[in-house]
Design a protein around this ligand. Structure first.
Ligand code: TMP
Ligand code: ASP
Length: 237
């Protein structure tokens, strides 16, 4: 499928229209951002690794019955996806305390959260993605009641599939962010699932294998993403 025109360019991906009105091309760039775009660097191979990582995860989720926008890998850095109407809300599931949860509530990193915690954030870099709740979503009309219930249910279904997938490869899925959209009246999973939008720790050593390596200046960012990909069986080259 050929790219026709650039539709949107975000912090790490660029979206193009195609000759099919229902399909878009999602291009994964090497740009890596943190702190809502305050810091951006180019990391060699990252676009390719995240594109293939995302394709692998989306295929596993689709097989397990999650409706996804991913359709096919097109090249090292590009995937074909369904054109959805995005909902400007981010769904975060947390199995262990980390990141903003620790800062907000003063809990120690690594605390196991039983049951897992679910949070909504508004997708808005200028406002630094503020945390919101169901009342904000309904009042401001970002999504309807039934849609936010579906987003929440799908986020938890993804949790049971992916905590198992990563556990089988010796890793803890600490937390992650999902974005959903509307496609012909249904709620489907959009955006991407890669180590840019989740936290993954080695189950034995607790070593961080995700974008916290970039946020915290630990180095070896793409090497860690590649190691995770290798452990779960993503073919990169
Ligand atoms: P947080 O600890 O910064 O709230 O993030 C929780 C998880 O969600 C973490 O894995 C990073 C991911 N996330 C993003 O990738 N982008 C975002 O804009 C937000 C709010 C979270
Ligand atoms: N994805 C967001 C950003 O690039 C938040 C983060 O990862 O720190 O700024």
């Amino acid at each position: 499928m050929k790219k026709i025109a650039e539709l949107f360019s975000g912090k790490a991906k660029t979206i193009y229209t195609t000759e099919d009105a229902d399909k878009l091309v999602m291009l994964f760039r090497n740009d890596t951002s943190a702190f809502d775009g305050e810091r951006i660097e180019q990391l060699d191979r990252k676009g390719m690794v995240n594109n293939k990582f995302n394709a692998f995860i989306m295929q596993r989720l689709a097989e397990a019955g999650i409706p996804v926008h991913f359709e096919a890998l097109l090249s090292d850095n590009e995937s074909l996806v369904k054109r959805m109407e995005m909902i400007p809300v981010e769904c975060v599931v947390r199995n262990y305390a980390a990141g903003s949860l620790c800062r907000r509530l003063g809990v120690e990193e690594g605390l196991e959260l039983t049951p897992p915690v679910f949070e909504f954030f508004l997708k808005n870099d200028e406002l630094h993605d503020p945390m919101i709740n169901e009342f904000h979503i309904r009042s401001f009309g970002w999504a309807e009641e039934s849609e936010l219930k579906q987003m929440q249910a799908l986020s938890f279904k993804v949790n049971s599939i992916l905590t198992q997938l990563f556990a089988n490869a010796g890793m803890l899925l600490v937390d992650y962010k999902l974005e959903f959209g509307r496609f012909h009246g249904d709620i489907i999973l959009g955006d991407e699932f890669s180590p840019d939008g989740c936290r993954l720790w080695d189950a034995k050593t607790q070593e961080k294998l995700d974008k916290d390596r970039f946020r915290q200046g630990l180095g070896g960012v793409v090497e860690a993403y590649e190691a995770v990909a290798h452990r779960i069986g993503v073919e990169l080259d």
